[in-house]
Design a protein around this ligand. Structure first.
Ligand code: ZN
Length: 499
């Protein structure tokens, strides 16, 4: 009889292949597919997801896990094998509680729901999307019911993105952030937006500077692609095959593809920096959504919106957009891309107001799931809460509750990880600077290899080997702490006001 670990590895590799195939089809759906392909694609994705799920939750996998676990004592607890057994056992126990048909139904609804959302958003027609949202919430309730031991329903959903994280922990962190962020926004100068924010930023030139920065940040042509899409994302099929997407706004600097590219490159280099030995195992991806977002934000904001970065890159950027920027000095440009100013769209928000957009979604999600908020009342609740948090009111649902893709795809519980990622990005950067005190001097020279090396060593190479809490503990020496992030924002806002 063959070694149980070898058998387990080969079974898991086949299951990973199916999941990878599903991700390739998802990428295709969002980047290449003509709209007419949507109904069939939803069925195809549902079949693949159901097959992967069925193969994974078989008793045979459970038995192999049990046999392999019994020999785990002989293994180094930090070895790939020991971590593979531990992580797979937890995944298997969780997946085994969910009927395969519910998994398939959720996948199919997500795929169809995303198409319905895209159309509803385009037509600014919330009523046409509401039945999809109701159906999604219904399936979420059935999913939550598979885990009757959860302390609260939202914990079940959060755990899918941030294993082991409790809603209560998020509430505590957000309660610390909310008044501080509101205070910073209130104190920010209320001057007119700079004219050069409106461009023009020709698409071709955006693509050129985006590719240049992506390459400098480590997204090499042999392992990365960059394609346009509506709602940018990053998917990886292997450590050596990473798909980045971006979007191009010609009349809005905040929508310049450079920022969305830097963001997705951050996700991409995390995936790419994983140990290739983990490919085709459940360990071959970033540890959690918050840790993933910590990397997109580290590259996009902590580096990509810093003055040292722009001291290096501004001459080239300005040369690419002479009509908009010819007469704009560096400091004025840097201030414009960082100033705190309430706005309607989360993905275009500055670093200070961004967290308040997330707090809004976190609170509304819990109300929708508990039934305290009916989907009929969502647009009004959204508008009222945005006014309470940021003092502005969306003129349409397109710019309000229809702006994000997440709920249409069933991704409830995901939003808070964005803000946890922001918090972590600064906490991790502080640790990196303790080891590499001249990190920003490297940035100012356009040299990113030492930063990469540090992140690869401390985070990227581990993939999903350790739990999020363990991974965070290993990298920063403690739990998630909002204080470095708040310090960073206070300093940044103070320096912009003084400038
Ligand atoms: Zn992201």
């Amino acid at each position: 009889m063959s070694d149980p670990l070898t058998s387990l590895r080969s079974e898991l590799a086949r299951i990973c292949d199916l999941s990878t195939a599903a991700r390739v089809l998802e990428w295709d759906q969002l980047v290449m597919m003509p709209p007419g392909g949507a109904p069939t694609r939803a069925e195809t994705l549902a079949t693949l997801t159901e097959l992967a799920h069925e193969l994974f939750v078989r008793d045979e996998i459970g038995e192999l896990l049990e046999e392999a676990s019994s020999r785990r004592a002989d293994l180094d607890p930090e070895s790939d094998d020991a971590c593979l057994i531990e992580v797979t056992r937890r995944d298997w126990e969780k997946a085994s509680r969910v009927p395969a048909e519910l998994t398939a139904e959720q996948t199919k609804l997500a795929s169809e729901g995303m198409e319905a959302w895209a159309k509803a958003r385009e037509d600014d027609d919330f009523a046409s999307f509401r039945p999809w949202l109701d159906r999604t919430l219904e399936l979420k309730q059935r999913y939550i019911a598979c885990f009757p031991d959860a302390a609260e329903p939202y914990d079940v959903l959060l755990d899918d993105f941030e294993r082991g994280m409790r809603t209560e922990e998020v509430r505590t962190i957000f309660a610390r952030l909310r008044p501080e962020l509101q205070e910073l926004v209130a104190a920010a100068p209320d001057d007119e937006p700079e004219e050069f924010l409106a461009g023009p930023y020709p698409r071709e030139a955006q693509h050129e500077v985006s590719v240049a920065v992506a390459r400098a940040f480590g997204a090499d042509a042999s392992s990365f692609r960059l394609d346009p899409t509506v709602h940018p994302f990053c998917l990886s099929f292997a450590t050596q095959d990473v798909r980045l997407t971006t979007r191009y706004a010609e009349d809005d600097l905040h929508g310049n593809s450079l920022f969305s590219t830097m963001h997705e490159v951050g996700h991409g280099v995390y995936e790419h920096g994983g140990d290739p030995a983990l490919d085709r195992t459940p360990l071959a991806t970033g540890c959690s959504s918050a840790l993933h977002e910590s990397q997109s934000r580290l590259w996009e904001n902590v580096i990509g919106r810093s003055l040292p970065f722009w001291r290096w890159f501004y001459p080239r950027f300005r040369a690419a957009f002479p009509e908009a920027l010819e007469r704009v000095p560096l400091e004025r440009f840097h201030r414009a891309i960082n100033r705190a100013q309430p706005s309607l769209i989360r993905v275009d928000a500055d670093e200070t107001t961004y967290g308040l957009h997330i707090i809004l979604r976190f609170e509304l999600e819990q109300e929708l799931l508990s039934g305290a908020l009916a989907t009929d009342d969502l647009p009004d609740a959204w508008n009222a809460k945005l006014e309470e948090l940021l003092g502005i009111r969306p003129p349409s649902n397109r710019l309000g509750c229809l702006q994000d893709v997440h709920w249409s795809g069933g991704m409830f519980g995901y939003f808070p990880t964005y803000q946890l990622g922001n918090v972590l990005s600064v906490q991790i950067w502080e640790r990196l600077e303790a080891d590499l005190p001249d990190a920003y001097e490297h940035v100012e020279r356009g040299s990113f290899e030492a930063i990469h090396e540090w992140l690869r060593e401390h985070l990227y190479r581990h993939g999903r080997k350790f739990t999020p809490a363990e991974t965070i503990e290993r990298i920063v020496g403690g739990p998630i702490d909002p204080e470095p992030y708040l310090r960073y924002l206070r300093d940044k806002n103070a320096s912009l006001t003084a400038a």
